[in-house]
Design a protein around this ligand. Structure first.
Ligand SMILES: *Cc1c(COP(=O)(O)O)cnc(C)c1O
Length: 230
């Protein structure tokens, strides 16, 4: 079941790339496994998933030791500063940097572990009250304050688009984030690349890929609906 879902998502990504003349190799599929038990993650692993997205520190810590160590764990959820220390040596990308203070904490913990941590800036493109992330116009000022942090590798931008029935309704959001990343890349700021554009979820990842996503975060489309009654 999970293997079939994964194959379908991969096929859809390839098709979305072909529609706009992109190379599917440019797009990384993040299997969003939050709330799902380790057995299901193993199933996905056996179907060649190697990048898993989680949104809770506790869950990463629990799953990390139970699964093979060639998995790349991505922190995709809101990150509290006091929990950074638990995952800094476990995650290969943090998608959700949205303040100088959080970046400072990641910098300090990464220095302590003598590692460099790849991060993305989370952007609330639609300026939804309920969502984390900085506004579009706040991205550059934030980058200018954190670009000198030696233990951060700033790799790009991430957004969680609004929930919509019709994925076309998010196309403009994805275009705006892509444009922002191109504009920032053109400034050639030290220590910053804009190589990653993390956008698109189960409902809209094909549109996101057409608009330039290099990372899509798909949960429901791979693992099925989530139950929150744990
Ligand atoms: C849960 C989650 C996803 C995946 O959502 P689906 O709609 O199940 O694909 C993607 N990104 C973030 C940040 C999430 O929290």
């Amino acid at each position: 079941m999970i293997a079939e879902n994964l194959q379908q998502v991969r096929n859809n990504i390839v098709r979305a790339c072909q529609a706009v003349g992109r190379d599917p190799e440019e797009v990384t599929l993040v299997a969003v496994s939050k709330t799902k038990p380790v057995e299901l993650l193993k199933e996905a692993y056996d179907a060649d998933a190697r990048v898993f997205g989680e949104n809770k520190v506790q869950e990463i810590m629990e799953k990390y030791d139970k699964l093979p160590d060639d998995i790349q764990w991505h922190m995709i959820g809101h990150l509290q500063r006091n929990k950074v220390k638990y995952i800094v040596d476990k995650v290969s990308l943090i998608h959700s940097v949205d303040s100088v203070r959080l970046a400072e904490t990641i910098e300090q913990e990464a220095a302590r572990h003598n590692v460099r941590i790849p991060v993305l800036i989370e952007v609330n493109v639609a300026e939804e009250e309920s969502k984390f992330g900085v506004k579009m116009e706040e991205v550059l000022p934030l980058l200018q304050q954190i670009c000198e942090f030696p233990h951060l590798e700033i790799r790009g931008l991430m957004t969680i688009a609004p929930y919509v029935e019709n994925p076309e309704d998010n196309r403009e959001i994805f275009r705006q984030l892509k444009k922002l990343s191109v504009d920032i890349a053109a400034k050639n700021i030290n220590n910053i690349t804009m190589s990653v554009l993390s956008m698109g979820m189960t409902g809209d990842y094909e549109v996101a890929v057409q608009e330039g996503a290099t990372m899509v975060r798909v949960g429901t489309g791979i693992f099925g609906e989530r139950e929150y009654l744990r």
